[in-house]
Structures are given as structure tokens and as C-alpha cells.
Design a protein around this ligand. Structure first.
Ligand SMILES: Cc1cc2nc3c(=O)[nH]c(=O)nc-3n(C[C@H](O)[C@H](O)[C@H](O)COP(=O)(O)OP(=O)(O)OC[C@H]3O[C@@H](n4cnc5c(N)ncnc54)[C@H](O)[C@@H]3O)c2cc1C
Length: 336
């Protein structure tokens, strides 16, 4: 790590922007929200930086956001996601403008770019932060994240190198409701390096849409090891379809191959904020709880009344999920 650069040369908070189907990604709006709060505490400006094939693709929603500066690294080849060249472009921008803080979503794209950018900038990177704040004494970024398998919450500071870099998973921060609209400064830099040289694309495949369904679902029916087998998740799906919800899972269920990992909720899966979270056959280990703390109402169904999730749930139903779920589905159908 490059130590002790002249810190007075580094200003402003940057968010690495992402788009989905031409629209600003939710995680970017969430990061703009927390980035604004950090920038206000530092009395500095907030920038959102995009790697795009064309400057006209800057998402329109950004004009109504609280970012002060929009920076575009433009390269026709960026239409194909090419992490080496994109991270080099962002690193060039970092060298030119010297941001003090750099935030990225812990998404598949952010996870591909942020570590590369950190290596190029010779700085540290705190991955999967669950809290970010400014230490009013030192002015440093406090980067909070679970450590040692979730048994400890660590607060990390990057004292010497710059920028201070952190990634945050989607859903950890909420999208700001009241947006402080700002005049925008637009900065465009063109990059010409050809992307993907020496690489051959063997196949392309669409990732599961479970990511989006879980993120937006008002009802989540999640299953754990207590579901017993792959077929058991059909019952959870039936309940999810009945209430218009999505199916989630613990890592145990994913590791057993009962459901794809795109459904995993928790420290190493999704962070979700449904109105109702129904946990079926889930014990409630800290790593799972880490992903459901934003749920408005938690209902736990478990044979063991002493399971940790039964203790913390708003409603705890003691019993066999195979007895309770079919009855629940019938009752909901009869109510309509
Ligand atoms: C670094 C690290 C990261 C991790 N990340 C995650 C993560 O992101 N997400 C995650 O979920 N886990 C994660 N884990 C794993 C986590 O520690 C637990 O092992 C896991 O969450 C347990 O899953 P479970 O509740 O399905 O299984 P168990 O703990 O085995 O619980 C099964 C529950 O089902 C109940 N049950 C059994 N049969 C029935 C029935 N017929 N009806 C009703 N109830 C029944 C049992 O009483 C029990 O409470 C992580 C672990 C580590 C070390």
C-alpha cells in the first residue's frame, strides 16, 4: 500500500455508478444517499463516476440526484464489460481528481472493478461494509463490517493510503426519500484502449432474475435446512406465488444444492427489506440474520421453539413446516 500521500490534495466522495437496462441501479442510488451524508460531514462534494460506451447513456435519473459532479469515462469498447480497461480508466480519473473516499456496490460488477482499482491506486479496500461514517476527530472514514464469520463487528480505518475505498452490498442502505437536488458539473474523459484483447468469449448466460425479485419483494418466504430437500422448496414457492412474493434461502440450503445461490440471504448473500419475511426451518444464525434486519415483520416457523430466530421473530410458530405451510396456503386462498 502506498503510504502517506499528501492528504490535503484528496477531496470529495466518489460513488462508482452502475446502470441496469439504461436506468440508474438501485445500489447506486443507495450509495449516493450515504455518499451525500459523508460528503456533507466532510464539507466536500459528491461525484458519481460511470464507465460508459457513450456519454449519452448517463442515466436520466441522475439529474434528480444529490450528486454534485458526474464523471464519465467514455470508451466505445465499454459496451462489453471489460474490467481491466475500466479499472484502468477509473484509476486515471483518480490520479487526475484525487477523491478522498471511493464507494462501490458489492455487486458482481463492483466486485470485479473495486479490487482492481484499489490495487492500481495502491490503497486498501474494505469489502461488504454494513456501516459508513466520518470520524469527527480524524476526519477518516469509519468502515464497519462483520468479521470472523460474523461473530465480530469490525470498524476499519484507512489512515495512510488514499482514496479510502469501501464496497457496500445492495439493500444495506436505503434509497434517500428526500433528495437534495444540486447543480451538476459534468466531466467527460475519453479512453481509447481496446478492450478484451487476448480474450475469447466462449459463452454468455443470463443470471437468475432471483436477485431482482428478492430485492423488490414485499413478501419473502425463505427456507433453511429444515426444508429437508429440493422438493420442499416447491412448497415455499407455492406460498410465495400465493402472496406474490419471492423465495429466499439460507446458505445451508444453498450448499446442499436445494436452491441456486442467487436466492441466498445473509452476510454472504442478499440483504433484503421485505414487509414480511417468513422463515421456514431456519435456525437464525448471525450470518443469516445479517441479511434480514431491514424486514418489517419476521415470522418464524420452526419445530424448535428455542431456535435463535424464534426468539427474535415478531411471530414465532412452533411446529413442522410441512403441517403449517399447506394450511397457511389454503387459508390465504380462502380469504380471497
Ligand atoms: C463466513 C460465513 C458466512 C456465512 N454466510 C451466510 C449467509 O449469507 N447466509 C446464511 O444463511 N448462512 C450463512 N452462513 C452459515 C450460517 O452460519 C448457518 O450455518 C446457516 O445460516 C444455517 O442455516 P439453517 O438455519 O438453514 O440451518 P440450521 O442451523 O441447521 O437450522 C435448521 C433449522 O430447521 C429446523 N427444522 C428442522 N426440521 C424442521 C421442520 N420440519 N419444520 C420446521 N423447522 C424445522 C431446526 O429446528 C433448525 O432450527 C455463513 C457462515 C459463515 C462461517
Amino acid at each position: 500500500m502506498k503510504t502517506n500521500p499528501d492528504h490535503s490534495l484528496y477531496n470529495n466522495v466518489w460513488v462508482l455508478g452502475e446502470t441496469t437496462d439504461g436506468h440508474i441501479a438501485d445500489v447506486t442510488l443507495e450509495l449516493i444517499g450515504i455518499g451525500r451524508a459523508l460528503a456533507d460531514k466532510k464539507k466536500s462534494r459528491l461525484a458519481c463516476v460511470f464507465c460508459l460506451e457513450n456519454r449519452n447513456l448517463v442515466p436520466a435519473e441522475l439529474s434528480g440526484s444529490s450528486a454534485d459532479i458526474i464523471i464519465v469515462a467514455e470508451n466505445d469498447d465499454f459496451k462489453n464489460f471489460c474490467e481491466e480497461e475500466m479499472s484502468q480508466a477509473v484509476h486515471c480519473l483518480i490520479r487526475e481528481f484525487r477523491p478522498e473516499i471511493f464507494l462501490s456496490g458489492a455487486t458482481s460488477r463492483g466486485r470485479a472493478l473495486a479490487p482492481r482499482i484499489a490495487v492500481l491506486a495502491e490503497t486498501g479496500l474494505t469489502a461488504d461494509c454494513t456501516g459508513l461514517d466520518i470520524d469527527l476527530n480524524s476526519g477518516l472514514l469509519f468502515q464497519t463490517r462483520p468479521a470472523f464469520g460474523g461473530n465480530l463487528i469490525a470498524t476499519i480505518k484507512t489512515e495512510n493510503a488514499r482514496p479510502q475505498m469501501a464496497t457496500v452490498r445492495p439493500g444495506v442502505f436505503i434509497k434517500p426519500a428526500d433528495v437534495k437536488k444540486t447543480e451538476k458539473e459534468i466531466i467527460i474523459r475519453q479512453f481509447r484502449s481496446a478492450c478484451g484483447q487476448g480474450k475469447i468469449i466462449i459463452s454468455r448466460s443470463e443470471i437468475s432474475a432471483a436477485d431482482n425479485r428478492l430485492k423488490d419483494a414485499h413478501f419473502i418466504i425463505a427456507g433453511g435446512r429444515g426444508v429437508k430437500n429440493k422438493e420442499g422448496f416447491d412448497l415455499l414457492k407455492k406460498l410465495a406465488d400465493t402472496v406474490g412474493g419471492a423465495v429466499g434461502a439460507t446458505r445451508a440450503a444453498v450448499d446442499l444444492g436445494w436452491i441456486p445461490c442467487s436466492h441466498q440471504i445473509g452476510q454472504t448473500g442478499h440483504t433484503v427489506r421485505p414487509r414480511v419475511y417468513i422463515a421456514c426451518g431456519i435456525s437464525g444464525q448471525v450470518q443469516h440474520i445479517a441479511g434480514i434486519q431491514g424486514a418489517s415483520l419476521i415470522i418464524a416457523i420452526n419445530k424448535d421453539p428455542e431456535a435463535p430466530l424464534m426468539k427474535m421473530a415478531d411471530l414465532a410458530c412452533t411446529g413442522d413446516l410441512y403441517d403449517i405451510l399447506p394450511e397457511l396456503i389454503e387459508k390465504i386462498k380462502n380469504c380471497r
